[in-house]
Design a protein around this ligand. Sequence first.
Ligand code: SAM
Length: 371
Amino acid sequence: MVEKVIPIRIDEGKGLAPSIPEQLVAPHAHTQDARGRTLRDLRLSVTDRCNFRCTYCMPKEVFDQNYPYLAHQELLSFEEITRLGSIFASLGVEKIRLTGGEPLLRKNLEVLIGMLAKLHTPEGKPLDLTLTTNGSILRKKAAALKAAGLQRLTVSLDGLNDETFKKMNDVDFPVADVLDGIQAVQEVGFENIKVNMVVKKGFNDHEIIAMAKHFKSTGIILRFIEFMDVGSSNGWNMAEVLPSKDVLAQINEVFPIEPIEANYSGEVAQRWRYLDGSGEIGVISSVTQTFCHECTRARISTDGQMYQCLFANQGYDFKTMMRSGRSDLEIANAIMNTWAARDNHYSEIRGSHTANPSTGSRKVEMSYIGG
Ligand code: SAM
């Protein structure tokens, strides 16, 4: 049962003011955080709104008509997002993932994608530009996303059975429309499509085999995500986490699999392939096998706060900094400073105390910071 008294959005006020060092240095890609991790990825939330009310992310009881969503002027504009993207690229970021809320709800998102697609690394390589979506309006958007220069995408889908899926999304949204969205992106030529399934024990774990069977041999990579204690409103409970090792054991019994090498260091999913050569799956085990030690990800919320971790409770206010006339060099130095001070490793120190919103510190909601 989700409590209604949840402290809702972010930090009730502004984030911390990022500090700008007196001695400015040229932007470079070697800044390490306090644990020796280098900045490589950026997750950008483009809206805090969503048309789903997944019980594990934006439960209806909290995200109702009284929820204080950000007003339009509080959101970063496309120009501000692109400016930040370009500064992050000068600091070694090679991959940008757009997320939310539901990113496709942001009006004219394809225009933003077109702007971000022009960014490149200091070596002149285009950034790896990708998006995570619930797939609900993908059919409508597929061609525009492709034409704008989006390279890849990940679609979230928590089951193939309508009753189960509707129970998860809590807005009566049918599976068929998400599958149709996936088909639409295949039709316009997207490759490397991934599907993310959050597994909640006792809710949708009976769908694991059906999902594996459905996406096997399609070229689509299905990834199973452990239910996480993000935010403070999803009523997280360790008893509802199905460890990835159990997911893998279930699949292996029906479709034998073996582990394969990561594509790159810091990849969040552990990869497995079907022995019959019909493709691969992944597991994201942020509860039972933490990967903080290789996390190279910074996050920018919908209103321009930089978060050092998905489980943080305080952001750094880069929107105010941008709107107060600071130069790109000053902003780059402030980002380097913020990154250098990063010591977060929440998943490694998670316990029932830290994960409980009434006893641990309050964490930012995922819909605002971006999944
Ligand atoms: N609306 C988009 C979507 O559905 O993909 C993007 C935002 S959503 C927050 C990003 C991803 O985070 C989705 O795959 C979602 O299932 C996952 N997610 C949300 N809450 C989660 C939780 N408590 N534990 C694990 N994954 C979660």
